[in-house]
Ligand binder design. Structure first.
Ligand SMILES: NC(=O)c1ccc[n+]([C@@H]2O[C@H](COP(=O)([O-])OP(=O)(O)OC[C@H]3O[C@@H](n4cnc5c(N)ncnc54)[C@H](OP(=O)(O)O)[C@@H]3O)[C@@H](O)[C@H]2O)c1
Length: 135
């Protein structure tokens, strides 16, 4: 796409190579860290639509949430989707996760991280004073 800032109008350009459709490996296992969350569930739907057939959703609390239960019911029959409890901030738990997957699932072919921890806090008042009134 080419933009002209002079005349403020779009100039259409023919795309010579349209993007190819995505086809995921249906033989391997995809791991989605935080897969039980909103983003993870949405991504799982997309991945199944594009050929993924073995998916592990990783979370600390597992499948207790009603939304997760409903989601597993929704995707039942379209792919083998299972929830495994694991805190990915704990190396030992991650090692156990990899061990379980390698013993019980097809080879891992993709890992997606859809989990993140945010800590929002106010800086100490001294820090604010130093920024506002440097020496
Ligand atoms: N949704 C959006 O539009 C959007 C946009 C930009 C950025 N983000 C960021 O993307 C991330 C995912 O968004 P979301 O809406 O899907 O959030 P969400 O619904 O809170 O899902 C987060 C998932 O991550 C899991 N999780 C968190 N810490 C974990 C850990 N240490 N080990 C394993 N699993 C862990 C949670 O399960 P447990 O609590 O059971 O562990 C949950 O399943 C968030 O950090 C968000 O800030 C989201």
């Amino acid at each position: 796409m080419l933009l002209s800032f002079q005349q403020l109008k779009l100039i259409p350009v023919q795309v010579s190579h349209p993007p190819r459709s995505c086809q995921l490996n249906g033989e391997g296992t995809h791991i989605i860290i935080g897969g039980t969350g909103g983003l993870g569930r949405s991504m799982t739907r997309w991945m199944i639509k594009h050929g993924a057939r073995h998916i592990v959703l990783v979370s600390r609390s597992g499948s207790q949430d009603i939304k997760v239960q409903q989601f597993l019911d929704e995707v039942h029959g379209t792919a083998a989707v299972q929830v495994i409890v694991c805190d990915v901030a704990d190396e030992g738990q991650v090692r156990r996760l990899m061990d379980t997957c390698s013993k019980t699932m097809p080879p891992i072919c993709g890992v997606v991280n859809a989990a993140m921890a945010l800590h929002v806090s106010s800086p100490p008042s001294d820090a604010c004073r130093n920024i506002a009134d440097p020496v």
